[in-house]
Design a protein around this ligand. Sequence first.
Ligand code: UT7
Length: 345
Amino acid sequence: MTSVSGEQGRPPCVRSPFQGRSCSITGVGSYVPARVLRNADLERMVDTTDQWITTRTGIKERRLAAENEFTSDLATEAARRALQHAGVPPEAVDLIIVCTITPDMPFPATACLVQARLGATRAAAFDLEAACSGFLYGLEVGQQFVISRTYDTVLVIGAEKLSSIIDWKDRNTCVLFGDGAGAVVLQHRPHSHGLLTTVMGADGTRADALCMPGGGSRCPASTVSVAARLHYLRMDGRETFKNAVTAMHRAAEEALKRCGLRVEDLRCIIPHQANRRIIDAVAERLGARPDQVFVNVDRYGNTSAASVVIALDEAVKSGRIRKGDYVMLVAFGAGLTWAAAVLEW
Ligand code: UT7
């Protein structure tokens, strides 16, 4: 373990035991589509109320991509903003990872479409699928290329057009989700500790709790699968809720332990934005103060792989996170999957 404490008054902090250089987020950006779908609009679509949605989830509105706007479009715009923030031209990017469960099409990878749109001609490109934990999985994969000196500049993007897989007749799910994208640029920044640790986990025995049954090799698209509405997201809400609170809490505790930090050392905790009640329950279990926890689920709903990185962008651009702050990112999603990361901004 490498001690990275130093400045006076700062808590001791231990970086994960890896060989190699550090990896920092040197730019962040996000993009949400213009169209707003409010709870009042949903009241006219399914048997629901603003009161139910607000009290059970904390969501007031979400964004929807236009019909001719796809995941690659959202991803490209978020990536442009992150590159601009980092001061990095697209030609300098070595690798693009797009984390998504709503790729433009099963193949080729959405990352390749983004590579072409950005003009990132030198970059390798692939997609990564870990549902709502996708961005944090992507962050860990991307940083491995930087710390190992394989690549200097990696773009990690979380992007979703979830409205394309939502059953707009199912009130259990259609009120929860939204579209959007966020991106970070990963590079080695001298004299900065950057990402301190990442914890990842999965439990495939609970894959049925949250899934889209149709469209893969198990159930290719057919008139039967379409009629059975198998190409829409399905969720056992209560089961997912319970597992989300437990797994996010455990991953967050483990990440803190690995870097020798306490919850009070964190300036900002950015949880996956699925449900305000999940966020509050995780914060309470961690013993975090409300002012440490970043919340924007009220404005965007659950944007899956995009949620943590959109929130990170808003926290940074609004001054909630400043240079040298310790920040925790924590997420949970289909798989089941979960992940937590601690970084020094
Ligand atoms: O991003 C990946 C992770 N995703 C999550 O973490 C989401 C996890 N789950 C949740 O956020 C919550 O479970 C939900 C928001 C989905 C549901 O909240 P809940 O408190 O767990 O409600 P419930 O599933 O226990 O349902 C309570 C009632 C049911 O009626 P009955 O069966 O008790 O008569 C539902 O039919 O609420 C009903 N209901 C609704 N009522 C009005 C479900 N959806 C709606 C709705 N409007 N939109």
